[in-house]
Design a protein around this ligand. Sequence first.
Ligand code: SF4
Length: 356
Amino acid sequence: MPQPIAPKPPLKPLAIARPLLAWYDRHRRRLPWRAPPGETPDPYRVWLSEIMLQQTTVAAVGPYFERFFARWPDVSALAEAPVEDVMRAWAGLGYYARARNLHACARTVAAEHGGQFPTDEAGLRALPGIGPYTAAAIAAIAFDRRATAVDGNIERVIARLFALATPLPRVKPELRRLAATLAPARRCGDYTQAMMDLGATVCTSRAPKCPICPLARMCAARAGGLAEDLPRRAPKPVRPLRHGIAFWAIAPDGAVLLRRRPARGLLGGMMEVPSTDWRAERWSPIDAAAEAPVRAKWRALPGIVRHGFTHFELELMVLVGRAAKGEGAWWPIDRLAEAGLPSVMRKIVRHVLAQS
Ligand code: SF4
């Protein structure tokens, strides 16, 4: 079991929850998916925000949440939407399997649960796209269940409260175990959001604001002068580099050829600028031309488009060619914004347009 750097007596749930909730009642963040104080949370909003917030910042999610909620104000409306519309509305938010699962989940809730989300972790976990963390977060926040959700912010707070020296990700099971010991039986939803807010605004990665922290008296990292050093992290493995060639085929009327990616896998179901496979070896122009989606006289654009995925870095060269408008999805160049292109594809568009 990981040893704390500066052992302290065990923390009791209420020793943490009381001052934290009092702080939360005064300093909570106003977020578009949150119920105002005293109001019952809307499980649809909580679920939608938690799916969007997976691997994504609050700042990035905000505008997407507002647009989704305005367009599909409840789970039944989302369930009735064509999946292509949902994917398009998600474009730019990344991790596109989330959008497909979001839609599948809405359909399941509408069809099998009468439009009501299950209220416990087990029922939530049975739905598409809801893993242990998200189930716990929804159970706590939407239904005030005593459930332990540990996101990146809460990990940091717990690692510091207990001054855990074991690096992430190895320390995660211990963080979850300790977090579970602190969750209060009452107001667990507010407590969970309070922990998230504390991590986001006070117990920040850099320069934590310990002097104004409501948990300062109980914090082992603060007592040991270690706050900024925790949590420790194992060095990240270097991401491999992959190469590809993108084909910017343009028709006489100015339309650009796009295509839809296969439903499964990276960027599954999203529209794209056609490209070769993304592989470890560089492409020779001759090999690449054999992969082109249409016949054209291809010309390489100067420069490279770079994009970081979770598990690899991608470098794309772009070939531009004039082509006859045949089969396929030809989009007017001034309406490409409506195609729902993911971020890497938007970079290709910007790269081409910057040189036109
Ligand atoms: Fe974080 Fe400092 Fe508060 Fe400890 S005292 S929880 S390190 S902000």
